[in-house]
Design a protein around this ligand. Sequence first.
Ligand code: NAD
Ligand code: TYD
Length: 350
Amino acid sequence: MNNILITGGAGFIGSHVVRLFVNNYPKKKIINLDALTYAGNLESLKDIESKSNYTFVKADICDFDAIDAVFKEYKIDSVIHLAAESHVDRSIKDPLSFARTNVMGTLSLLQAAKTNWNNNLSDKLFYHISTDEVYGSLGDDGFFTEKTSYDPHSPYSASKASSDHFVRSFHDTYNLPIVISNCSNNYGSYQFPEKLIPLFINNICTNKELPVYGEGKNVRDWLFVEDHARAIDLIFHQGKVGETYNIGGFNEWKNIDLVKVLIKTVDKLLGNTEGTSEKLITFVKDRAGHDYRYAIDSTKLKDELGWEPSLQFEEGIEKTVKWYLSNQDWIKNVTSGDYLEYYKEMYENK
Ligand code: NAD
Ligand code: TYD
């Protein structure tokens, strides 16, 4: 697999995957295809954009003709598909655009792979990046395994579940070589500040309220984004065709406890007295259909491919906070324009 199409490479996780592949595989061609929605930012890739094995193509995955042309021009033999609408709160406000990108966009990519790889499926791979949210919500015990039935609740997770089913259907119906991974919540550099961790770091720095949904008791399983990118590299090269792999760090945090770790870390790095920013915590109306708990069992990935997370959570959070503190320009650029409108609509009436 020499000509790798990475979709959504200008987004949060995609930018880390593109960087890792461009740096680690100088002899392979990495084609980053992204529509540059509000969530896509080429500034996140400045350090690798001039490398000779890297190409950027601005296109929408729903545009079959454009995707087909990219397959032909770059002789694409493998795909790592990350492009998606990814924010649950936005999916509650605008479910149609989630169905369009996540379902129809994935289908258009699958169709392009199928038609272009038609008679020659050896050394080809369609790797679909998905989420643990397709499995639904857990109670206080248990974990999601690869065998857990799908039970999505938000328009986001329903659209991702649907795309996973289409990917598997192309394997079962047309023998398309596919692999899927379902990962838990990621954190790290270059995440758009609408998601919990970068939003709250930014708000603490600017002395704004921290809107905790409900009572802050919901639980998420957090993984450092560079560990996710390493898992993707491993699964891309060594995963078994047709299989699913769960990726997670066995690192569960109740939202309110996580917020306190963030406050402590930011206050320490800004030189504030411990606890200064706790007064910013504001409990707001809960998210509709808010899943209570996610927790991934990633034993299969560890046993079969030897993957383990590399960082302790506190270490990862400190690294992440330091990155946001020293990359204020990046935050300013991505939060200008449309984002201000979104923030007003989302949080000002709560
Ligand atoms: P993101 O929102 O930061 O980035 C998505 C990227 O896709 C952006 O660059 C955007 O411009 C691009 N995009 C959106 N619509 C497009 C379209 N129609 N055509 C082409 N490009 C388009 O998302 P992320 O957090 O980096 O997530 C990447 C993938 O990983 C998604 O598929 C998501 O479901 C999955 N995932 C995310 C997490 C997480 O915690 N962020 C966890 C598990 C799985
Ligand atoms: P988020 O980062 O949106 O990821 P996801 O919903 O995909 O898990 O949210 C993480 C958790 O934080 C989730 O339980 C919702 C909660 N949350 C808040 O309490 N306040 C906020 O402003 C946001 C964005 C999220």
